[in-house]
Design a protein around this ligand. Structure first.
Ligand code: 4GY
Length: 248
């Protein structure tokens, strides 16, 4: 997969893209990520990328031509019709795990980062396929959202998390929160690891994990259980959780 980020501040991305799993994924050619600066697509002497808003008002608006040319350039470079041009915008579709999976299915993603008071709306109308929001708050630019989307999308690509593909085991992959994890030592400060995890009984461990996944969801994010069709086994486990939570 190829991810093109259109941003006036390419240096902001060197940290997140240059470390850990995203770095390894790029080194292994599982993803190709490139940041393109619209300022490199200005032809005037001062490389102007923003201007005053028509109709008046405070702040500056990003001019359409540099963004248009930057997108055109990366679209031509990828030469794939299987692409999505996505605008980072608080008014967009909510970004969640389902959206990450959807975006991971494209050969090319073009993430457009606005800055200042926003971008000329003709870009949104004519160039952008969809706007996406990472949450109901306003940031100073689309750069942090683009990093978040790159991260969440990249880890859906087979091989990015390693050989034993972890994304399938995620909380949210099956719609519930993750069960608790433990590692050595077995006892720390007098705090013990749950006995069942040391039992070696894999069926018992699987049932415990499923139940604790349901418990975490019921306690912390009950909204995720609304309108969900549970298997008979999950219904039984959730009933146990509910009586235990009521009692303790
Ligand atoms: N929230 N989700 C967001 C954002 C900043 C428009 C220029 C968000 O995705 N993007 O806050 N983006 C933009 C907002 C003006 C800065």
């Amino acid at each position: 997969m190829r991810i093109d980020i259109i941003s006036l501040f390419p240096d902001m991305f060197t940290g997140p893209l240059g470390h850990s799993i995203l770095k390894r994924a790029q080194d292994n050619n599982l993803i190709f990520v490139q940041v393109t600066n619209p300022r490199d697509f200005t032809y005037d002497k001062h490389h102007i990328v923003d201007d005053y808003p028509f109709g008046g008002g405070s702040g500056m608006v990003m001019k359409p031509e540099p963004i248009f040319r930057a997108v055109e350039n990366v679209v031509n470079a990828a030469n794939s019709s299987n692409r999505r041009v996505v605008l980072m915008c608080p008014g967009g579709q909510p970004f969640n795990q389902a959206k990450a999976r959807e975006l991971a299915s494209y050969e090319q993603l073009v993430l457009v980062c606005g800055h200042y008071e926003g971008i000329d709306d003709r870009i949104r109308q004519q160039v952008v396929d969809e706007a996406v929001s990472i949450g109901d708050y306003v940031l100073t630019g689309g750069e942090l959202p683009a990093m978040i989307i790159t991260d969440a999308v990249a880890r859906m690509i087979p091989g990015v998390l390693g050989a034993n593909d972890g994304a399938q085991h995620d909380s949210f992959y099956n719609g519930f929160l993750e069960y608790p994890q433990y590692t050595r030592p077995r006892e720390f400060n007098g705090w013990e690891v749950p006995e069942v995890l040391l039992s070696g009984d894999h069926a018992k461990i699987e049932t415990w994990r499923r139940k604790e996944s349901l418990r975490a969801t019921f306690v912390r994010r009950p909204d995720l259980l609304e309108g969900v069709e549970l298997s008979p086994r999950d219904q039984k486990l959730l009933q146990e959780v509910k009586s235990e939570q009521a009692g303790g």
